[in-house]
Design a protein around this ligand. Sequence first.
Ligand code: HEC
Length: 104
Amino acid sequence: MRALAISILIVASCLSSAEAASAKRGLVLAKERCSACHAVTGHGASPDIKAPTFRRIAGQWPVEQLQEALAEGIVTGHPGMPEFTFSPREIDDFLAHLRRLRGR
Ligand code: HEC
């Protein structure tokens, strides 16, 4: 547990502070809008077992594709979910959070 905390600190200190602040806002967004179904942080299972964790999404999806999907509003793959769209600024923040989950 301590080793994990230390490695998180090292990763965090490698990010510029602007990027870190952006990622933090992205995490807040993800918690507000996505965490009812998805695991949005670096650990834990998704509340909806059908929803992939954001760790997995971060590892699988090219960032540009996600950017497009977020700008257009993700509708596909989301039965029962109200349509949502992100402003360009929110998308930057959200992707900063995903890059952080991906570990770079
Ligand atoms: C009401 C529950 C719910 C909410 C809220 C939700 N999702 Fe999902 N999401 C799902 C489910 C379920 C799937 C898997 C769908 C499938 O595989 O058929 C999914 C899949 C995804 C995928 C992968 C799509 C694919 O085709 O592989 C992405 C990306 C995604 N969600 C992003 C988000 C983001 C970003 C938010 C918040 C803005 C969000 N989701 C909010 C339920 C939800």
